[in-house]
Design a protein around this ligand. Structure first.
Ligand code: PMP
Length: 589
Protein backbone atom coordinates (compact mmCIF):
# COMPACT_ATOMS: atom_id res chain seq x y z
CA UNK A 1 0.00 0.00 0.00
CA UNK A 2 1.65 3.24 -1.16
CA UNK A 3 1.74 6.14 1.29
CA UNK A 4 0.27 9.56 0.67
CA UNK A 5 2.51 12.61 0.69
CA UNK A 6 1.17 13.68 4.10
CA UNK A 7 1.98 10.25 5.54
CA UNK A 8 5.50 10.47 4.11
CA UNK A 9 5.93 13.96 5.62
CA UNK A 10 4.81 12.66 8.99
CA UNK A 11 7.10 9.65 9.00
CA UNK A 12 10.09 11.65 7.75
CA UNK A 13 9.74 14.45 10.28
CA UNK A 14 11.55 12.92 13.26
CA UNK A 15 14.19 10.89 11.47
CA UNK A 16 17.87 11.74 11.49
CA UNK A 17 19.89 11.63 8.30
CA UNK A 18 20.82 7.97 8.50
CA UNK A 19 17.30 6.86 9.37
CA UNK A 20 15.98 8.95 6.49
CA UNK A 21 18.23 6.97 4.13
CA UNK A 22 16.89 3.71 5.56
CA UNK A 23 13.37 5.03 5.24
CA UNK A 24 13.95 5.93 1.58
CA UNK A 25 15.19 2.38 1.02
CA UNK A 26 12.03 1.02 2.66
CA UNK A 27 9.83 3.26 0.55
CA UNK A 28 11.67 1.98 -2.49
CA UNK A 29 11.14 -1.58 -1.38
CA UNK A 30 7.39 -1.08 -1.36
CA UNK A 31 7.20 0.55 -4.79
CA UNK A 32 5.53 -1.77 -7.33
CA UNK A 33 7.87 -2.89 -10.10
CA UNK A 34 7.48 -1.64 -13.64
CA UNK A 35 6.83 -4.56 -16.04
CA UNK A 36 10.01 -5.56 -17.87
CA UNK A 37 8.40 -4.72 -21.24
CA UNK A 38 8.15 -1.08 -20.15
CA UNK A 39 11.85 -0.91 -19.33
CA UNK A 40 12.70 0.31 -22.81
CA UNK A 41 15.23 2.85 -23.98
CA UNK A 42 12.37 5.12 -24.96
CA UNK A 43 11.05 5.20 -21.38
CA UNK A 44 14.47 5.76 -19.85
CA UNK A 45 15.14 8.99 -17.98
CA UNK A 46 18.53 10.36 -18.95
CA UNK A 47 21.00 12.00 -16.62
CA UNK A 48 20.50 9.50 -13.77
CA UNK A 49 23.41 7.54 -12.41
CA UNK A 50 21.18 4.55 -11.81
CA UNK A 51 18.74 3.37 -14.46
CA UNK A 52 15.28 4.95 -14.30
CA UNK A 53 12.25 4.27 -16.49
CA UNK A 54 9.13 6.40 -16.34
CA UNK A 55 5.73 6.17 -18.01
CA UNK A 56 2.40 7.91 -17.47
CA UNK A 57 -1.15 6.70 -17.53
CA UNK A 58 -3.64 9.50 -18.33
CA UNK A 59 -7.35 8.90 -17.70
CA UNK A 60 -8.72 10.95 -20.61
CA UNK A 61 -7.87 13.11 -23.61
CA UNK A 62 -9.00 16.55 -22.42
CA UNK A 63 -7.16 18.94 -20.14
CA UNK A 64 -9.04 17.77 -17.04
CA UNK A 65 -7.57 14.26 -17.36
CA UNK A 66 -5.59 13.04 -14.37
CA UNK A 67 -2.08 11.61 -14.46
CA UNK A 68 -0.69 8.49 -12.89
CA UNK A 69 3.07 8.24 -13.00
CA UNK A 70 4.64 4.84 -12.89
CA UNK A 71 8.39 4.66 -12.62
CA UNK A 72 11.07 2.26 -11.54
CA UNK A 73 14.80 2.10 -11.01
CA UNK A 74 17.48 -0.49 -10.43
CA UNK A 75 18.43 1.41 -7.23
CA UNK A 76 16.19 1.10 -4.20
CA UNK A 77 17.00 4.52 -2.82
CA UNK A 78 16.03 6.06 -6.18
CA UNK A 79 12.84 3.98 -6.02
CA UNK A 80 12.24 5.70 -2.67
CA UNK A 81 12.57 9.08 -4.37
CA UNK A 82 10.22 7.87 -7.12
CA UNK A 83 7.64 6.95 -4.46
CA UNK A 84 7.79 10.59 -3.28
CA UNK A 85 7.42 11.90 -6.84
CA UNK A 86 4.47 9.58 -7.43
CA UNK A 87 2.82 10.65 -4.16
CA UNK A 88 3.33 14.27 -5.24
CA UNK A 89 2.11 14.08 -8.81
CA UNK A 90 -0.39 11.25 -9.06
CA UNK A 91 -4.03 12.27 -9.44
CA UNK A 92 -3.13 15.73 -10.73
CA UNK A 93 -4.05 17.25 -14.10
CA UNK A 94 -1.33 18.33 -16.53
CA UNK A 95 -1.83 21.96 -15.56
CA UNK A 96 -1.64 21.13 -11.85
CA UNK A 97 1.57 19.18 -12.44
CA UNK A 98 3.15 22.09 -14.28
CA UNK A 99 2.16 24.50 -11.54
CA UNK A 100 3.17 22.21 -8.71
CA UNK A 101 6.10 23.29 -6.54
CA UNK A 102 8.00 20.03 -6.27
CA UNK A 103 10.97 21.85 -4.68
CA UNK A 104 8.78 22.72 -1.72
CA UNK A 105 8.26 18.98 -1.18
CA UNK A 106 12.01 18.31 -1.35
CA UNK A 107 12.65 21.17 1.07
CA UNK A 108 10.01 20.07 3.53
CA UNK A 109 11.42 16.56 3.57
CA UNK A 110 14.90 18.06 3.88
CA UNK A 111 15.77 15.82 0.98
CA UNK A 112 18.67 18.00 -0.16
CA UNK A 113 21.03 16.09 2.08
CA UNK A 114 20.26 12.83 0.27
CA UNK A 115 20.57 14.42 -3.10
CA UNK A 116 24.12 14.29 -4.31
CA UNK A 117 24.74 16.40 -7.43
CA UNK A 118 24.51 13.25 -9.58
CA UNK A 119 21.21 12.38 -7.96
CA UNK A 120 20.06 15.96 -8.39
CA UNK A 121 20.63 15.57 -12.14
CA UNK A 122 18.65 12.34 -12.08
CA UNK A 123 15.82 13.84 -10.08
CA UNK A 124 15.77 16.84 -12.36
CA UNK A 125 15.64 14.41 -15.29
CA UNK A 126 12.52 12.76 -13.80
CA UNK A 127 10.82 16.08 -13.04
CA UNK A 128 11.67 17.28 -16.56
CA UNK A 129 10.21 14.12 -18.08
CA UNK A 130 6.96 14.44 -16.11
CA UNK A 131 6.72 18.12 -17.05
CA UNK A 132 7.36 17.36 -20.69
CA UNK A 133 4.65 14.72 -20.76
CA UNK A 134 2.24 17.09 -18.99
CA UNK A 135 3.06 19.85 -21.47
CA UNK A 136 2.57 17.52 -24.44
CA UNK A 137 -0.81 16.49 -23.08
CA UNK A 138 -1.88 20.11 -22.65
CA UNK A 139 -0.87 20.94 -26.21
CA UNK A 140 -2.66 17.85 -27.62
CA UNK A 141 -5.81 18.60 -25.64
CA UNK A 142 -5.86 22.20 -26.92
CA UNK A 143 -5.15 23.74 -23.49
CA UNK A 144 -2.56 26.45 -23.02
CA UNK A 145 0.44 26.17 -20.73
CA UNK A 146 0.54 28.12 -17.50
CA UNK A 147 2.86 31.13 -17.95
CA UNK A 148 5.39 30.12 -15.37
CA UNK A 149 6.35 26.89 -17.06
CA UNK A 150 7.35 27.80 -20.56
CA UNK A 151 10.90 26.89 -19.67
CA UNK A 152 12.17 23.47 -18.70
CA UNK A 153 10.78 23.07 -15.22
CA UNK A 154 13.62 21.09 -13.74
CA UNK A 155 16.16 23.73 -14.70
CA UNK A 156 14.06 26.59 -13.46
CA UNK A 157 13.43 24.86 -10.19
CA UNK A 158 16.99 23.79 -9.72
CA UNK A 159 18.25 27.33 -10.28
CA UNK A 160 15.67 28.67 -7.85
CA UNK A 161 16.51 26.03 -5.28
CA UNK A 162 20.10 27.16 -5.42
CA UNK A 163 19.27 30.86 -5.39
CA UNK A 164 20.75 32.68 -2.45
CA UNK A 165 18.34 33.29 0.40
CA UNK A 166 17.42 36.85 1.41
CA UNK A 167 19.59 39.81 0.58
CA UNK A 168 22.96 38.23 0.32
CA UNK A 169 26.14 39.63 1.86
CA UNK A 170 25.66 43.17 0.66
CA UNK A 171 28.78 45.19 0.24
CA UNK A 172 30.37 47.08 3.11
CA UNK A 173 30.26 50.86 3.16
CA UNK A 174 33.93 51.62 2.81
CA UNK A 175 33.68 55.32 3.61
CA UNK A 176 31.31 54.98 6.54
CA UNK A 177 32.45 56.89 9.63
CA UNK A 178 31.54 54.09 12.04
CA UNK A 179 33.84 51.48 10.53
CA UNK A 180 35.84 49.90 13.37
CA UNK A 181 39.53 50.73 13.33
CA UNK A 182 41.57 47.60 12.80
CA UNK A 183 44.17 46.66 15.37
CA UNK A 184 46.76 45.20 13.02
CA UNK A 185 48.87 43.79 15.88
CA UNK A 186 45.85 41.78 17.05
CA UNK A 187 45.27 40.62 13.50
CA UNK A 188 48.89 39.70 13.08
CA UNK A 189 48.71 37.43 16.13
CA UNK A 190 46.12 35.32 14.29
CA UNK A 191 48.72 34.44 11.64
CA UNK A 192 51.10 31.78 13.04
CA UNK A 193 53.68 32.23 10.30
CA UNK A 194 54.11 35.88 11.29
CA UNK A 195 54.49 35.07 14.99
CA UNK A 196 57.79 33.26 14.67
CA UNK A 197 61.25 34.70 15.30
CA UNK A 198 63.64 34.59 12.36
CA UNK A 199 67.21 33.26 12.82
CA UNK A 200 68.53 36.84 13.12
CA UNK A 201 66.12 37.52 16.00
CA UNK A 202 63.63 39.73 14.13
CA UNK A 203 60.03 38.91 13.28
CA UNK A 204 59.09 38.35 9.63
CA UNK A 205 57.89 41.51 7.89
CA UNK A 206 55.75 40.12 5.14
CA UNK A 207 55.23 42.61 2.31
CA UNK A 208 54.42 40.22 -0.53
CA UNK A 209 50.73 39.50 -0.03
CA UNK A 210 50.08 40.51 -3.65
CA UNK A 211 51.86 37.29 -4.61
CA UNK A 212 50.27 35.18 -1.86
CA UNK A 213 48.76 36.25 1.45
CA UNK A 214 49.39 34.37 4.69
CA UNK A 215 46.67 32.29 6.34
CA UNK A 216 44.98 32.95 9.67
CA UNK A 217 44.80 30.15 12.24
CA UNK A 218 41.11 29.55 11.44
CA UNK A 219 41.94 28.64 7.83
CA UNK A 220 44.79 26.34 8.88
CA UNK A 221 42.50 24.74 11.49
CA UNK A 222 39.78 24.18 8.90
CA UNK A 223 42.15 22.40 6.53
CA UNK A 224 43.29 20.23 9.42
CA UNK A 225 39.71 19.55 10.55
CA UNK A 226 38.76 18.28 7.09
CA UNK A 227 41.84 16.11 6.75
CA UNK A 228 41.55 14.67 10.24
CA UNK A 229 37.82 14.24 10.60
CA UNK A 230 35.87 13.64 7.41
CA UNK A 231 37.96 13.84 4.26
CA UNK A 232 36.52 12.07 1.23
CA UNK A 233 36.20 12.93 -2.42
CA UNK A 234 33.38 15.39 -3.15
CA UNK A 235 30.27 14.51 -5.15
CA UNK A 236 31.13 10.84 -5.11
CA UNK A 237 30.11 8.83 -2.05
CA UNK A 238 26.84 9.10 -0.15
CA UNK A 239 28.36 7.57 2.99
CA UNK A 240 28.74 9.80 6.09
CA UNK A 241 32.09 11.35 5.14
CA UNK A 242 30.87 11.87 1.58
CA UNK A 243 27.75 13.67 2.76
CA UNK A 244 29.70 15.85 5.19
CA UNK A 245 32.31 16.78 2.61
CA UNK A 246 29.61 17.69 0.08
CA UNK A 247 27.88 19.88 2.66
CA UNK A 248 31.13 21.68 3.51
CA UNK A 249 32.18 22.04 -0.14
CA UNK A 250 28.80 23.39 -1.24
CA UNK A 251 28.64 25.49 1.95
CA UNK A 252 31.90 27.18 0.92
CA UNK A 253 30.39 27.86 -2.51
CA UNK A 254 27.41 29.55 -0.86
CA UNK A 255 29.66 31.66 1.41
CA UNK A 256 31.66 32.82 -1.60
CA UNK A 257 28.52 33.48 -3.66
CA UNK A 258 27.20 35.74 -0.91
CA UNK A 259 30.56 37.46 -0.55
CA UNK A 260 30.43 38.42 -4.24
CA UNK A 261 26.68 39.08 -4.15
CA UNK A 262 26.29 36.51 -6.93
CA UNK A 263 22.77 35.92 -8.25
CA UNK A 264 22.97 32.18 -7.61
CA UNK A 265 25.40 29.63 -6.20
CA UNK A 266 25.42 27.96 -9.60
CA UNK A 267 27.31 30.94 -10.99
CA UNK A 268 30.30 30.14 -8.75
CA UNK A 269 32.78 27.67 -10.27
CA UNK A 270 35.72 26.34 -8.28
CA UNK A 271 38.93 26.46 -10.31
CA UNK A 272 42.61 25.98 -9.49
CA UNK A 273 43.11 29.78 -9.57
CA UNK A 274 42.90 33.00 -11.56
CA UNK A 275 45.18 31.89 -14.38
CA UNK A 276 43.19 28.75 -15.11
CA UNK A 277 39.89 30.63 -14.71
CA UNK A 278 40.88 33.28 -17.24
CA UNK A 279 42.15 30.64 -19.66
CA UNK A 280 38.87 28.75 -19.28
CA UNK A 281 36.96 31.88 -20.29
CA UNK A 282 39.26 32.74 -23.20
CA UNK A 283 39.12 29.19 -24.56
CA UNK A 284 35.66 28.05 -23.50
CA UNK A 285 33.76 31.24 -24.23
CA UNK A 286 36.17 33.08 -26.52
CA UNK A 287 36.66 30.33 -29.10
CA UNK A 288 32.92 30.09 -29.56
CA UNK A 289 32.15 33.82 -29.68
CA UNK A 290 35.16 35.68 -31.05
CA UNK A 291 35.03 35.74 -34.85
CA UNK A 292 37.60 36.83 -37.46
CA UNK A 293 37.59 40.63 -37.65
CA UNK A 294 36.40 41.06 -34.05
CA UNK A 295 38.40 43.04 -31.55
CA UNK A 296 39.53 42.09 -28.05
CA UNK A 297 40.22 45.03 -25.77
CA UNK A 298 42.60 44.85 -22.84
CA UNK A 299 45.35 47.01 -21.33
CA UNK A 300 49.11 47.09 -21.04
CA UNK A 301 48.83 46.89 -17.24
CA UNK A 302 47.48 43.31 -17.33
CA UNK A 303 49.11 40.39 -15.58
CA UNK A 304 50.27 37.85 -18.18
CA UNK A 305 47.36 35.63 -17.08
CA UNK A 306 44.91 38.20 -18.43
CA UNK A 307 46.96 39.16 -21.46
CA UNK A 308 48.43 36.09 -23.09
CA UNK A 309 45.19 34.01 -23.26
CA UNK A 310 43.55 36.90 -25.17
CA UNK A 311 46.60 37.48 -27.34
CA UNK A 312 46.58 33.78 -28.27
CA UNK A 313 42.83 33.77 -28.84
CA UNK A 314 43.11 36.80 -31.13
CA UNK A 315 45.78 35.01 -33.17
CA UNK A 316 43.77 31.81 -33.38
CA UNK A 317 40.49 33.50 -34.32
CA UNK A 318 41.86 36.20 -36.63
CA UNK A 319 40.79 38.95 -34.22
CA UNK A 320 42.73 42.09 -33.27
CA UNK A 321 44.07 42.76 -29.78
CA UNK A 322 43.66 46.41 -28.77
CA UNK A 323 44.79 48.30 -25.68
CA UNK A 324 43.14 51.04 -23.63
CA UNK A 325 45.74 53.83 -23.45
CA UNK A 326 47.12 54.75 -20.01
CA UNK A 327 47.46 58.20 -18.46
CA UNK A 328 50.92 59.35 -17.37
CA UNK A 329 50.17 58.32 -13.76
CA UNK A 330 49.27 54.77 -14.76
CA UNK A 331 45.46 54.86 -14.92
CA UNK A 332 43.22 53.82 -17.79
CA UNK A 333 42.68 56.88 -19.96
CA UNK A 334 38.89 56.88 -19.93
CA UNK A 335 38.80 59.94 -22.23
CA UNK A 336 40.22 57.75 -24.98
CA UNK A 337 37.98 54.77 -24.32
CA UNK A 338 35.61 55.53 -27.20
CA UNK A 339 38.46 55.29 -29.68
CA UNK A 340 39.11 51.65 -28.76
CA UNK A 341 35.80 50.34 -27.39
CA UNK A 342 33.52 49.99 -30.41
CA UNK A 343 30.81 47.72 -31.80
CA UNK A 344 33.62 45.49 -33.04
CA UNK A 345 34.86 44.87 -29.47
CA UNK A 346 33.71 41.37 -28.59
CA UNK A 347 35.50 41.15 -25.22
CA UNK A 348 36.93 43.63 -22.75
CA UNK A 349 39.40 41.80 -20.48
CA UNK A 350 40.57 44.05 -17.68
CA UNK A 351 42.10 43.82 -14.25
CA UNK A 352 40.17 45.11 -11.24
CA UNK A 353 43.42 46.27 -9.68
CA UNK A 354 46.89 46.27 -11.23
CA UNK A 355 49.37 43.95 -9.52
CA UNK A 356 52.20 46.31 -10.43
CA UNK A 357 50.84 49.88 -10.41
CA UNK A 358 48.24 49.26 -7.73
CA UNK A 359 45.78 51.16 -9.94
CA UNK A 360 42.12 50.50 -9.13
CA UNK A 361 40.21 50.39 -12.39
CA UNK A 362 36.68 51.85 -12.71
CA UNK A 363 34.95 48.54 -13.44
CA UNK A 364 31.38 49.84 -13.15
CA UNK A 365 32.03 52.65 -15.62
CA UNK A 366 33.83 50.28 -18.00
CA UNK A 367 30.92 47.83 -17.89
CA UNK A 368 28.43 50.64 -18.48
CA UNK A 369 30.32 51.75 -21.57
CA UNK A 370 30.81 48.14 -22.72
CA UNK A 371 27.06 47.51 -22.47
CA UNK A 372 26.41 50.34 -24.95
CA UNK A 373 28.33 48.42 -27.62
CA UNK A 374 27.40 44.87 -26.58
CA UNK A 375 30.85 43.85 -25.28
CA UNK A 376 31.40 40.98 -22.84
CA UNK A 377 33.42 42.11 -19.81
CA UNK A 378 35.91 39.78 -18.13
CA UNK A 379 37.48 41.02 -14.90
CA UNK A 380 40.73 39.69 -13.49
CA UNK A 381 39.89 39.99 -9.81
CA UNK A 382 43.12 38.44 -8.46
CA UNK A 383 44.13 41.66 -6.72
CA UNK A 384 40.80 43.45 -6.44
CA UNK A 385 38.60 40.78 -4.84
CA UNK A 386 40.79 40.40 -1.71
CA UNK A 387 41.01 44.15 -1.13
CA UNK A 388 38.02 45.91 -2.70
CA UNK A 389 34.34 45.16 -2.23
CA UNK A 390 33.05 43.15 -5.18
CA UNK A 391 29.38 43.09 -6.08
CA UNK A 392 28.93 41.20 -9.31
CA UNK A 393 25.30 42.25 -9.63
CA UNK A 394 25.93 45.97 -9.10
CA UNK A 395 29.10 45.84 -11.20
CA UNK A 396 27.24 43.80 -13.82
CA UNK A 397 30.41 42.01 -14.97
CA UNK A 398 30.04 38.99 -17.24
CA UNK A 399 32.95 37.01 -15.87
CA UNK A 400 35.28 37.41 -12.88
CA UNK A 401 38.20 35.24 -11.81
CA UNK A 402 40.30 35.27 -8.66
CA UNK A 403 42.54 33.07 -6.51
CA UNK A 404 42.14 31.81 -2.96
CA UNK A 405 45.77 32.25 -1.95
CA UNK A 406 45.66 36.04 -2.23
CA UNK A 407 42.55 36.13 -0.05
CA UNK A 408 44.09 34.52 3.06
CA UNK A 409 43.08 31.11 1.71
CA UNK A 410 44.97 28.09 0.38
CA UNK A 411 46.79 27.71 -2.92
CA UNK A 412 45.38 25.55 -5.69
CA UNK A 413 41.87 26.93 -5.52
CA UNK A 414 40.17 29.91 -7.11
CA UNK A 415 36.82 31.07 -8.36
CA UNK A 416 35.37 31.74 -11.75
CA UNK A 417 32.14 33.70 -11.53
CA UNK A 418 30.00 33.87 -14.66
CA UNK A 419 26.60 35.39 -15.21
CA UNK A 420 24.30 32.38 -15.55
CA UNK A 421 23.58 33.18 -19.21
CA UNK A 422 27.30 33.58 -19.96
CA UNK A 423 28.12 30.23 -18.35
CA UNK A 424 25.43 28.73 -20.59
CA UNK A 425 27.34 30.09 -23.60
CA UNK A 426 30.66 28.69 -22.41
CA UNK A 427 32.08 25.32 -23.40
CA UNK A 428 34.00 23.18 -20.93
CA UNK A 429 37.63 22.75 -21.92
CA UNK A 430 38.51 19.95 -19.52
CA UNK A 431 36.53 16.72 -19.57
CA UNK A 432 35.87 13.90 -17.14
CA UNK A 433 34.50 13.26 -13.67
CA UNK A 434 31.71 15.30 -12.20
CA UNK A 435 31.21 17.46 -15.32
CA UNK A 436 29.84 14.48 -17.24
CA UNK A 437 26.14 13.87 -17.67
CA UNK A 438 26.29 10.92 -20.08
CA UNK A 439 28.96 9.24 -22.14
CA UNK A 440 28.28 7.06 -25.16
CA UNK A 441 30.71 5.70 -27.71
CA UNK A 442 29.63 8.33 -30.26
CA UNK A 443 28.94 11.36 -28.09
CA UNK A 444 28.83 12.74 -24.57
CA UNK A 445 26.86 15.38 -22.73
CA UNK A 446 27.66 17.62 -19.77
CA UNK A 447 26.11 18.49 -16.43
CA UNK A 448 24.73 21.96 -15.84
CA UNK A 449 26.96 24.74 -14.44
CA UNK A 450 28.86 24.87 -12.16
CA UNK A 451 29.52 21.10 -12.38
CA UNK A 452 30.13 21.43 -16.15
CA UNK A 453 33.32 23.34 -15.41
CA UNK A 454 34.51 21.27 -12.45
CA UNK A 455 36.14 18.28 -14.13
CA UNK A 456 38.11 15.72 -12.17
CA UNK A 457 38.76 15.79 -8.45
CA UNK A 458 38.48 19.30 -7.11
CA UNK A 459 40.83 20.95 -4.59
CA UNK A 460 38.26 19.98 -1.98
CA UNK A 461 40.06 20.81 1.26
CA UNK A 462 41.30 24.07 -0.22
CA UNK A 463 37.86 25.07 -1.47
CA UNK A 464 36.34 24.46 1.96
CA UNK A 465 39.14 26.44 3.62
CA UNK A 466 38.63 29.26 1.11
CA UNK A 467 35.09 29.52 2.48
CA UNK A 468 36.66 29.87 5.95
CA UNK A 469 39.04 32.55 4.66
CA UNK A 470 36.11 34.55 3.32
CA UNK A 471 34.37 34.17 6.68
CA UNK A 472 37.53 35.40 8.39
CA UNK A 473 37.58 38.51 6.18
CA UNK A 474 33.89 39.13 6.87
CA UNK A 475 34.24 38.62 10.62
CA UNK A 476 37.32 40.82 10.79
CA UNK A 477 35.41 43.41 8.80
CA UNK A 478 36.05 43.97 5.11
CA UNK A 479 35.58 47.72 5.47
CA UNK A 480 37.97 47.88 8.44
CA UNK A 481 40.62 45.91 6.55
CA UNK A 482 40.17 48.16 3.53
CA UNK A 483 40.48 51.36 5.54
CA UNK A 484 43.54 50.03 7.33
CA UNK A 485 45.22 49.07 4.04
CA UNK A 486 44.39 52.40 2.41
CA UNK A 487 45.82 54.32 5.39
CA UNK A 488 48.96 52.22 5.40
CA UNK A 489 49.34 52.61 1.63
CA UNK A 490 49.21 56.40 1.96
CA UNK A 491 51.76 56.34 4.76
CA UNK A 492 54.07 53.97 2.87
CA UNK A 493 54.00 56.18 -0.22
CA UNK A 494 54.65 59.31 1.83
CA UNK A 495 57.63 57.74 3.56
CA UNK A 496 59.03 56.19 0.38
CA UNK A 497 58.82 59.57 -1.36
CA UNK A 498 61.52 60.82 1.04
CA UNK A 499 64.03 58.30 -0.39
CA UNK A 500 66.52 60.03 -2.70
CA UNK A 501 66.41 58.82 -6.33
CA UNK A 502 63.16 56.87 -5.92
CA UNK A 503 60.54 56.48 -8.66
CA UNK A 504 57.19 55.19 -7.45
CA UNK A 505 55.05 53.85 -10.26
CA UNK A 506 51.29 54.30 -10.48
CA UNK A 507 48.74 56.86 -9.34
CA UNK A 508 48.28 58.68 -6.03
CA UNK A 509 46.95 56.89 -2.97
CA UNK A 510 43.36 57.84 -3.76
CA UNK A 511 43.36 55.77 -6.96
CA UNK A 512 45.21 52.68 -5.85
CA UNK A 513 45.18 49.77 -3.47
CA UNK A 514 47.98 48.48 -1.26
CA UNK A 515 50.52 47.69 -3.96
CA UNK A 516 53.51 50.01 -4.23
CA UNK A 517 56.16 49.39 -6.86
CA UNK A 518 59.33 51.44 -7.14
CA UNK A 519 62.94 51.74 -8.28
CA UNK A 520 65.76 53.55 -6.56
CA UNK A 521 68.52 55.08 -8.70
CA UNK A 522 71.75 53.20 -8.27
CA UNK A 523 70.22 50.10 -6.65
CA UNK A 524 69.18 47.09 -8.70
CA UNK A 525 65.89 45.61 -7.41
CA UNK A 526 67.54 42.23 -6.99
CA UNK A 527 70.26 43.71 -4.76
CA UNK A 528 67.67 45.63 -2.78
CA UNK A 529 65.65 42.44 -2.31
CA UNK A 530 68.71 40.70 -0.85
CA UNK A 531 69.26 43.50 1.67
CA UNK A 532 65.58 43.66 2.59
CA UNK A 533 65.67 39.91 3.16
CA UNK A 534 68.70 40.30 5.45
CA UNK A 535 66.55 42.64 7.52
CA UNK A 536 63.67 40.18 7.62
CA UNK A 537 61.64 42.26 5.14
CA UNK A 538 60.07 40.08 2.46
CA UNK A 539 59.25 41.99 -0.73
CA UNK A 540 59.23 40.97 -4.35
CA UNK A 541 61.44 42.07 -7.20
CA UNK A 542 61.32 41.37 -10.93
CA UNK A 543 58.69 42.03 -13.58
CA UNK A 544 55.76 40.67 -11.53
CA UNK A 545 54.35 38.86 -14.60
CA UNK A 546 53.74 42.20 -16.29
CA UNK A 547 56.44 42.30 -18.99
CA UNK A 548 54.45 44.48 -21.43
CA UNK A 549 53.96 47.05 -18.63
CA UNK A 550 57.65 47.03 -17.68
CA UNK A 551 58.59 47.48 -21.34
CA UNK A 552 56.04 50.32 -21.62
CA UNK A 553 57.56 51.97 -18.51
CA UNK A 554 61.07 51.43 -19.85
CA UNK A 555 62.29 49.35 -16.89
CA UNK A 556 63.41 45.76 -16.72
CA UNK A 557 62.67 45.10 -13.05
CA UNK A 558 61.15 46.82 -10.02
CA UNK A 559 60.68 46.26 -6.30
CA UNK A 560 57.13 45.65 -5.08
CA UNK A 561 55.67 46.04 -1.63
CA UNK A 562 52.13 44.71 -1.19
CA UNK A 563 50.06 45.12 1.95
CA UNK A 564 47.40 43.13 3.76
CA UNK A 565 45.36 43.24 6.95
CA UNK A 566 48.24 42.07 9.16
CA UNK A 567 50.75 44.75 8.12
CA UNK A 568 51.56 47.42 10.66
CA UNK A 569 53.24 50.82 10.76
CA UNK A 570 56.20 49.03 12.35
CA UNK A 571 56.49 46.92 9.19
CA UNK A 572 56.85 50.10 7.15
CA UNK A 573 59.46 51.42 9.58
CA UNK A 574 61.40 48.15 9.14
CA UNK A 575 61.15 48.58 5.36
CA UNK A 576 62.43 52.16 5.57
CA UNK A 577 65.33 51.15 7.86
CA UNK A 578 66.34 48.42 5.43
CA UNK A 579 66.16 50.83 2.48
CA UNK A 580 68.31 53.31 4.40
CA UNK A 581 70.87 50.58 4.99
CA UNK A 582 70.81 49.69 1.28
CA UNK A 583 71.32 53.30 0.30
CA UNK A 584 74.38 53.55 2.53
CA UNK A 585 75.79 50.25 1.33
CA UNK A 586 75.02 50.35 -2.38
CA UNK A 587 74.71 53.95 -3.57
CA UNK A 588 77.94 55.73 -4.26
CA UNK A 589 77.20 59.41 -3.86
N1 PMP B 1 46.16 38.39 -12.24
C1 PMP B 1 46.74 39.21 -11.36
C2 PMP B 1 46.40 40.66 -11.38
C3 PMP B 1 47.62 38.70 -10.41
O1 PMP B 1 48.21 39.52 -9.53
C4 PMP B 1 47.90 37.31 -10.42
C5 PMP B 1 48.86 36.70 -9.41
N2 PMP B 1 50.08 37.36 -9.35
C6 PMP B 1 47.26 36.51 -11.37
C7 PMP B 1 46.40 37.08 -12.25
C8 PMP B 1 47.49 35.03 -11.43
O2 PMP B 1 47.03 34.40 -10.28
P1 PMP B 1 47.33 32.85 -10.00
O3 PMP B 1 48.83 32.71 -10.07
O4 PMP B 1 46.81 32.60 -8.64
O5 PMP B 1 46.66 32.06 -11.06
Amino acid sequence: MLLTLEEIFEEFADLDRQDQSLYLLELGDELPELPVVARTDENKVHGCQSQVWLITDIDGADDSARFTIVADSDSNIVRGLIAILEASYNGKTAREILEYDIDAVFHRLNLQQHITPQRRNGLRGMVDRVSKLARMHLVQSGGSEPDAVNRVIGETRSARERMLPGTPGGQPQLDAKDVAVLNAEDIRRQFPVLCQTLPGGSRPIFLDSGASAQKPQSVIDKEREVEEQYFANAHRGTYQFGQRIDEEFEGARTTIAKFLNAPSVDSIVFTPGTTIGLNMIASGWGRRHVQPGDEILTSVMEHHANFVPWQQLAKERGATLKLIPLTSDGRLDMDQLDSVLTRRTRVLAITGMSNMLGTINPIRELVRRAREVGTCVVVDGAQSVPHLPTDVIADDVDFLAFSGHKLYGPTGVGILYGKPERLEEMDPIIFGGHMISEVHIEKSSWSAAPARFEAGTMPIVQAIALGTAVEWVQQTGFASIHQHEQKLTKETIERLQTVPGITIFGPDAAHRGGIITFRIDGIHPEDLAAILDQHGVFARHGHHCTMPLHTYLGVSATTRVSLAAYNTVDDITALMNAIEFALKKLVKR
